[in-house]
Design a protein around this ligand. Structure first.
Ligand code: NAD
Length: 264
């Protein structure tokens, strides 16, 4: 018997990166997985490559598509008790240059899409009296990053939404989120192609490497599982320690220690 045998799971943004790794991870533990993405070709291709999976063409900004997705999952799997809200988009530019369209796009996909999907799935979880929801926030939702005002605000909203869900839907439904740091996926490829920018970031991470999509998928699977049966409303940071070094202080203290050590 595997951890998620017979459980129907929706993974949004499942065609790529963290979502694809999560879909594969849940399927490996027996879940029936719906790979949900607006990249339909990617969703269908991934679903073909993992056991007991279906691909669904769905943009999380479209509530009619969300309702149809949930109805299809319930009809095909007979269960919809695992939800991973992972679809997300980012952008980098100073706050005063973010126009209305961009602001709404970042909020609509990252925050409203998460809310809409929770709203559609929760009635099924309540009827079944079981459910686990894991939202993919970001370290930027806890410590906003430069030129990511809309993204950071949306991810902070995801963290608040997670806590609201945990308050309202216990005891049968748990709601948690992950806050990844710097993870190697198509979303961060531009950084990785700029070694002068990328290497200092990597070197400042206590675990000395970028995260992988599988690092995050593993934590999402844990939060979905009964191993996390008494965990709800939490934000689990998956960043290799990236958020720990204090700006300006960490390198100075390391240099100070090296100086004292050299003096014996
Ligand atoms: N990669 C990182 O360093 C990092 C760090 C923190 C948080 N995150 C979060 O992790 C999640 C996954 O990111 P990733 O790095 O795997 O990115 P990715 O670009 O590889 O995957 C994102 C997926 O979401 C899908 N998507 C985008 N808009 C959608 C929409 N409107 N409807 C349905 N699907 C949509 C894309 O088609 C894509 O398949 C995002 O929410 C992102 O904000 C990533």
């Amino acid at each position: 018997m595997s951890e998620f045998d017979g459980r129907g799971a929706i993974v949004t943004g499942g065609a790529s990166g963290i979502g694809a790794a999560t879909a594969a991870r849940l399927a490996a533990e027996g879940a029936l997985v719906a790979v949900v993405d607006r990249d339909a070709a990617g969703a269908f291709a991934l679903a073909e490559s993992i056991p007991n999976a279906i691909g669904i063409d769905c943009d999380v900004r479209d509530t009619a598509q969300i309702d149809a997705t949930v109805a299809q999952v319930v009809a095909e799997f007979g269960d919809c008790s695992l939800l991973v809200n992972n679809a997300g988009v980012g952008d980098l530019r100073p706050m005063h240059t973010v126009d209305d369209n961009l602001w709404h796009r970042l909020l609509d996909v990252n925050l409203t899409g998460t809310f809409s999907m929770m709203r559609a799935v929760l009635p099924h979880m309540l009827a079944a009296q079981r459910g686990a929801i894991v939202n993919n926030a970001s370290l930027s939702g806890l410590a906003p990053t430069r030129n990511e005002a809309a993204y950071s605000a949306a991810k902070a909203g995801v963290i608040a939404l997670t806590k609201s869900g945990a308050l309202e839907y216990g005891p049968h439904v748990r709601v948690n989120c992950v806050a990844p740091g710097f993870i190697s996926t198509p979303l961060t490829i531009a950084f990785q192609q700029m070694p002068d920018t990328f290497e200092p970031i990597r070197d400042s991470i206590p675990l000395q490497r970028m995260g992988t999509a599988e690092d995050v998928a593993e934590v999402i699977a844990f939060l979905c599982s009964e191993r996390a049966a008494y965990v709800t409303g939490q934000t689990l940071i998956v960043d290799g320690g990236l958020g720990l070094p204090q700006a300006g202080t960490d390198a100075a203290l390391a240099a100070l220690f090296a100086k004292f050590s050299a003096q014996g």
